[in-house]
Design a protein around this ligand. Structure first.
Ligand code: PGA
Length: 249
């Protein structure tokens, strides 16, 4: 059985102070919750505050992005080592908003994924198709391409700490959700690609999350699908009440 992972992606929301206020309300609600793993991904400037406030609660802290070099003249960039030192255990890699607004390509996603693994972080690799690709029947092809390039030069040993999030872009922040069946099909494709790259054993252990308008109202339905191993939650993770409801689906 794969333990489900529920991750909050706060995107460009919350100062350190606002993040602390969230945790004061959220932590007492989930202290006893051991069924699922929980990770919060704040913006860089709140990482330290979040990691400190979470303390030994068992809840992980994740970065939302990283650069692939370890150090150097790269103004504005943050390395895996810096994320670890600030208290991160996880990092999002290749989120569709990074691909859309910041020019990330399958190749840069691969570099970042390798840097995260090399730096001891657990990457949450985001993949997913745009609506035109889905309507043209190209979803599988897109997922296969995104995964196969992201997985390049990653060993089976390293892949043990890899998490994938399937996020159909047409479902992100739109209120439209993939049905559990559609997500399940996509997860099957991703797992098959992982099996090809890392072997069946590693692929069977790999958590594949669903992301895209996950809300308290649809979490139970999505999470009860056997191939959906958790959720990456944007909008509904910003309020302690709605994120608690999702965690406790
Ligand atoms: P959403 O975002 O839950 O607001 O759709 C999900 C994501 O982008 O990770």
């Amino acid at each position: 059985m794969r333990k489900k992972l529920i991750a909050a992606n706060w995107k460009m929301h919350k100062t350190a102070e606002q993040a602390r206020a969230f945790i004061s309300a959220f932590l007492p609600e989930v202290r006893e919750h051991t069924r699922d793993e929980i990770v919060l991904c704040p913006p860089f400037t709140a990482i330290h505050a979040v990691a400190e406030a979470l303390g030994d609660s068992g809840i992980g802290t994740g970065g939302q992005d990283l650069f692939w070099e370890q150090k150097g003249a790269y103004t504005g960039a943050i390395s895996a080592q810096m994320l670890c030192a600030a208290g991160c255990s996880h990092v999002l890699v290749g989120h569709s908003e990074r691909r859309q607004y910041f020019g990330e390509t399958d190749d840069t996603v691969n570099r970042k994924l390798k840097a995260a693994l090399h730096g001891g972080l657990k990457p949450i690799l985001c993949v997913g198709e745009v609506i035109q690709e889905r309507e043209a029947g190209r979803t599988k092809e897109v997922l296969r391409r995104q995964c196969s390039i992201a997985f390049r030069e990653v060993s089976s040993d390293q892949a043990i700490s890899l998490i994938v999030a399937y996020e159909p872009i047409w479902a992100i922040g739109t209120g439209r959700t993939a049905t559990p069946e559609l997500a399940g099909e996509a997860h099957y494709t991703i797992r098959a690609e992982a099996a090809g790259a890392f072997g069946k054993g590693v692929a069977e252990q790999m958590r594949i999350l669903y992301g895209g308008s996950v809300k308290p109202e649809n979490a139970t339905l999505l999470m009860s699908h056997p191939d959906i191993d958790g959720a990456l939650v944007g909008g509904a993770s910003l309020e302690p009440k709605s994120f608690t409801a999702i965690v406790k689906y």
